[in-house]
Structures are given as C-alpha cells and as structure tokens.
Design a protein around this ligand. Structure first.
Ligand code: CU
Length: 153
C-alpha cells in the first residue's frame, strides 16, 4: 500500500515537470513578449477636463516594440505625452509614439511619459477602473486595466 502511494506520487511529480502538464497551462497571454503592469489613472475632481494614466511597459522580446496609440471610451481624445524641461519651465508635449527597446521596460510616470486622457466623459468620474486599448507597432493591440487612484502629494 505504501509502495503504491509512493509510486503514484512519483508519477504525478514527473508528469508535472513535463511541458503541457501541471497547474499552469500556457495561455496566449503568457507567451506575449509585452507585459503591462503597475499602473493607475489619476483621480480628478468632476470639474476636470483631463487626467493621465501611468503604467510600465515591459518588452521581453528580441525586437523593439513601439506604442503607437491609446484609446478609451471615457475620453474624447487620448494622447501620448511627455513632460519636458524647456528654458527652465516644465512643459507637457505630445509625442508620436513610445518605443520600448528589446529586453527593456519603459515607465510612464508623473513628470515623465504618460497617457493623457482629454475631454473626460461623465462615467469617468465614478469609474473605479479604466480600460485603455493600446496599439503597438507589432500589429497587436492590448488592453490594460488601471485602478483610478488619488496621487499622494
Ligand atoms: Cu499630458
């Protein structure tokens, strides 16, 4: 009886070491070389026209991938932005795209690169979570879900 138990335990552990077995089935999501993580959308008062979204784009692939476009149903327009120092002033400018080199990550953060949501629509202000659709140069679009969060000042 004991022998039999050990034998079956052995088979189970061998099987789970083989690809295709075990508790983590490989999904298409896991095989994506682009990972979007650790982000939020800035909570703003209902009188605000605009907000910004921040997250990190990781590229574990062997080719550079560029973020070309972002969309949200809760804003009239969504633009890729960057903060820049110009003549001692902090300025916000639109950028055409955001490149993520192979094997690297790019952080979208306050005072840096960010996604600008312009012309916020009413449902934005009661939303707990914002979904952004992102279009990349590899022809794929990906969605990112971000919590709406107040910034700590
Ligand atoms: Cu901006």
């Amino acid at each position: 009886m004991i022998h039999r138990f050990l034998l079956s335990a052995l088979i189970v552990s061998t099987l789970s070491a083989l690809p295709g077995f075990g508790s983590e089935p490989s999904s298409p999501k896991n095989s994506d070389t682009i990972t979007l993580k650790e982000g939020y959308v800035r909570a703003v008062p209902a009188s605000s026209e605009n907000s910004a979204a921040y997250f990190t784009i990781l590229n574990s692939g062997k080719k550079s991938v560029t973020l070309l476009k972002a969309d949200s149903s809760l804003a009239r327009a969504v633009e890729l932005h960057e903060h820049r120092h110009e003549n001692g002033m902090m300025k916000m400018v639109q950028v055409p795209s955001i490149e993520v080199p192979a094997g690297e990550s790019v952080e979208l953060e306050p005072m840096g690169l960010h996604i600008m949501m312009i012309g916020l629509k009413k449902p934005f202000f009661s939303a707990k979570e914002i979904v952004l659709k992102l279009s990349f140069s590899d022809g794929k679009s990906r969605t990112v879900r971000l919590p709406v969060k107040k910034e700590e000042e």
